[in-house]
Write a protein that binds this ligand. Structure first.
Ligand SMILES: NC(=O)C1=CN([C@@H]2O[C@H](COP(=O)(O)OP(=O)(O)OC[C@H]3O[C@@H](n4cnc5c(N)ncnc54)[C@H](OP(=O)(O)O)[C@@H]3O)[C@@H](O)[C@H]2O)C=CC1
Ligand SMILES: CC(=O)C(=O)O
Ligand SMILES: [Mg+2]
Length: 536
C-alpha cells in the first residue's frame, strides 16, 4: 500500500486484503480500477489551474503508479498538456515551491568523485533509459537550474505511457552545476546549488565522470537521452559520446524526426517533393539545425545528390539575422553548413520577403515572432503555406493556431510544439498538429531497446520519421492534420519501434538476436500495461 509500484488503493480485493494483512487499513468498499480512474479524472477536471492538475497527477504517480499510467494512457490528449508541455514548464519554474517528494536522481558538483556511488543509491539495478538534463535550456524558458528535473520526469512518464517502456526501467537525472538564473539564486525555495554555473574543465570532468559511471553501472545498452541542455554543450556532448555510448539528443534528433515526418506527410497536401520546397527557419540552434540537417539528409537519400547541394534551399535566421556566408567566421560550427551566399539580412520579415519560403519553421524559443505581416506574406506567395511554430511552452510559440489560420484566410497548414485546440474559421474546423518530439522518442527508444541496439544512427531517425508519416490517413488530411491523433499513440509508437528496430538490424547495430519475425507484434507484446495485477 505504501509503495506506488504495488499500491492499488481501494481496488485491493477482499482476498488480497486478507493475504497481505491489509484488513482494516482500508475502508470496506472495493472499487474497480475503472471506477478509480473515473473518480480521479473527475477530481482533476475540477482543478481549473493547470499547475494544480499537474500537482494532482504527480501526487498520483507517487502513490499509485499503475493508476497514474492508466489515466495518462486512456486520456492522453487531455493529460499530456498537464504532465508535459505547457504545464511542465510552469512546474519547473515553481519546482522548489511545489516540491514534496523527490523524483529522479540529482547529481551535483557535490557528488564529484562519487557519481558511481550516487548511481548505486538508485533502488533499481536494471535501467534501460536515462533522460538527463543540466537544466540550462528548459523548453523556451531558459536556465532553470536544478528545477529542470520536471523535464526528465515528464519525458520518462511519456516513455512509459506513449512508448510502453516499464517505469522501473526509467531513470530521470538532473545534473546540477549551478544556475545563472538570478531569480532562482535569490529564491528561498530553490532546490539546487546556490552558485553560478560551472563551465569549461569543471563541467566537462563532471559530465565525463557521469558518462563513464553510467556505462559502468548499467552497461553498454542503456539509452542516454540528453534533454534541454544549452546548445553550447548539447552538440559537443552528442559528438563526444556518440561513438562510445548509446546516446540520443531529443532536442536535436527527436525534433528533427518529428518535423521531417510532418513535412513528408504535408507533401500530400502541398504537392512536390522535399527538394521542390524552400525552407526558412527562425532559430538556428539545436532544434533548427537538427531539423535542417535531417531534411537535407532525406533529400539526398531521395535524389542521390551531395548533401551540400541539398542544403541550398534551406535557410536559417538567428538572433543576428539571416545566416549568410559573410558571417561564416563568427558562426558556431553547427551553423556553418547553412551559411549560403546572400547579402546580409536582419529581421525575419525581410528574410521572408527575400527568400520566399514555402515552409516557415519557428525554433527560436521566442514567442509571437510570426506576426500578421509575416503570415500574410507567406499566404501571398503560397497557395498553402506550411507554418510550424515549434517553440515551447505555449507562451513561447511563434504564433497561435488562430493567428495562423485567420491571417492566412484559412489556407495555412499549421503545427505547433505545444498543443492548440481545433479552430473554426468560416465554418470549417481546422485541427492543428502537435509537432512535438513526444511523437518520436517513446517509440524510438522502444525500438532501440527491443533490438538491443548499441548505437543510434541517422538511418534509424529517418525510419522513425517515415513510420510516423505513414500513420496519417486521408481522414486526417481533410481536417488539415499532418500528424495522426495522439489518441492512437501506442499503436503509432509500436510502428515506429518496429521500423527503428528493423533499421538497427539492417545496419548490424542490433544485439538481440535472432531478429523477431514480426517486429510490430513484438513491440506491442513488450509494452507495459498499467492494468492492476493480482497479488494472490
Ligand atoms: N516542438 C518540439 O518538439 C521542440 C521544440 N523545441 C523548442 O524550440 C525552441 C528552441 O530550442 P533550441 O533549438 O534547443 O534552442 P537553442 O537555444 O539551441 O536555439 C535557439 C535559436 O533561436 C535563435 N533566436 C533566439 N532569439 C531570437 C530572435 N529574437 N530572433 C531570431 N532568432 C532568435 C538563437 O539565435 P542565436 O544562435 O543567435 O543565439 C538560436 O539560434 C525552444 O522553445 C524549445 O522549447 C525544442 C525541441 C523540440
Ligand atoms: C519538446 C522539447 O523537447 C522541448 O521543447 O525542449
Ligand atoms: Mg527538450
Amino acid at each position: 500500500m505504501r509503495d506506488p509500484r504495488y499500491n492499488k488503493g481501494l481496488a485491493f480485493t477482499e482476498k488480497e486484503r486478507d493475504a497481505h494483512y491489509l484488513r482494516g487499513l482500508l475502508p470496506p468498499v472495493v472499487l474497480s480500477q475503472e471506477l478509480q480512474e473515473k473518480k480521479m479524472m473527475n477530481l482533476i477536471r475540477q482543478y481549473e489551474v493547470p499547475l494544480h492538475r499537474y500537482i494532482a497527477m504527480i501526487g498520483l504517480q507517487e502513490t499509485n503508479e499503475r493508476l497514474f499510467y492508466k489515466l495518462l494512457i486512456d486520456n492522453v490528449e487531455e493529460l499530456l498538456p498537464v504532465v508535459y508541455t505547457p504545464t511542465v514548464g510552469e512546474a519547473c519554474q515553481k519546482y522548489g515551491s511545489i516540491f514534496k517528494h523527490s523524483q529522479g536522481l540529482y547529481i551535483s558538483l557535490k557528488e564529484k568523485g562519487k557519481i558511481l556511488e550516487t548511481l548505486k543509491n538508485w533502488p533499481k539495478r536494471t535501467v534501460q533509459v536515462i533522460v538527463v538534463t543540466d537544466g540550462e535550456r528548459i523548453l523556451g524558458l531558459g536556465d532553470l537550474g536544478c528545477q529542470g528535473m520536471g523535464i526528465p520526469v515528464g519525458k520518462l512518464a511519456l516513455y512509459t505511457a506513449l512508448g510502453g517502456v516499464r517505469p522501473s526501467l526509467c531513470l530521470p537525472i538532473t545534473i546540477d552545476v549551478g544556475t545563472n538564473n538570478e531569480k532562482l539564486l535569490n529564491d528561498e525555495f530553490y532546490i539546487g546549488l546556490r552558485q553560478k554555473r560551472a563551465t569549461g574543465k569543471e563541467y566537462d570532468e563532471l559530465l565525463q565522470e557521469f558518462m563513464y559511471a553510467v556505462k559502468q553501472n548499467y552497461g553498454e545498452k542503456v539509452l542516454i537521452q540528453f534533454e534541454d541542455f544549452a546548445n553550447h554543450n548539447a552538440f559537443e556532448l552528442l559528438a563526444r559520446y556518440s561513438s562510445s555510448h548509446l546516446v540520443f539528443n531529443d532536442d536535436i534528433q527527436g525534433t528533427a524526426a518529428v518535423v521531417l515526418a510532418g513535412l513528408l506527410s504535408a507533401l500530400r497536401l502541398l504537392g512536390g517533393t522535399l527538394a521542390d520546397h524552400t525552407f526558412l527557419f527562425l532559430g538556428a540552434g539545436e532544434a533548427g539545425t537538427g531539423i535542417a540537417d535531417l531534411i537535407a539528409l532525406e533529400i539526398s537519400e531521395q535524389n542521390g545528390k551531395p548533401i551540400e547541394e541539398n542544403r541550398k534551399n534551406i535557410w536559417l535566421v538567428d538572433s543576428k539575422g539571416l545566416i549568410v556566408s559573410s558571417r561564416k567566421e563568427s558562426l558556431q560550427d553547427f551553423k556553418k553548413p547553412w551559411a549560403h551566399e546572400h547579402e546580409p539580412i536582419t529581421g525575419l520579415i525581410n528574410a521572408v520577403k527575400a527568400i520566399k519560403p514555402t515552409i516557415l519553421i519557428g525554433t527560436s524559443g521566442v514567442g509571437k515572432q510570426f506576426t500578421k505581416e509575416i503570415v500574410e506574406d507567406m499566404a501571398s506567395f503560397n497557395k498553402t503555406p506550411l507554418i510550424m511554430a515549434l517553440s515551447n511552452p505555449t507562451s513561447q510559440a511563434e504564433c497561435t493556431a488562430e493567428e495562423a489560420y485567420t491571417w492566412s484566410e484559412g489556407r495555412a497548414i499549421f503545427a505547433s510544439g505545444s498543443p492548440f485546440d481545433p479552430f473554426e474559421y468560416e465554418g470549417k474546423t481546422f485541427v492543428p498538429g502537435q509537432a512535438n518530439n513526444a511523437y518520436i522518442f517513446p517509440g524510438f527508444g522502444l525500438g532501440v531497446i527491443m533490438a538491443g541496439s548499441i548505437r543510434v544512427h541517422n538511418g534509424m531517425l529517418l525510419a522513425a520519421s517515415k513510420a510516423l508519416a505513414s500513420q496519417v490517413t486521408e481522414e486526417h488530411y481533410e481536417k488539415g492534420m499532418i500528424y495522426p491523433p495522439l489518441t492512437n499513440i501506442r499503436k503509432i509508437s509500436a510502428n515506429i519501434a518496429a521500423e527503428v528496430a528493423a533499421k538497427a538490424y539492417e545496419l548490424g547495430l542490433a544485439s538481440h538476436l535472432p531478429q523477431p519475425e514480426d517486429l510490430v507484434e513484438s513491440a506491442e507484446k513488450c509494452m507495459y500495461s498499467p492494468v492492476y495485477r493480482s497479488y494472490l
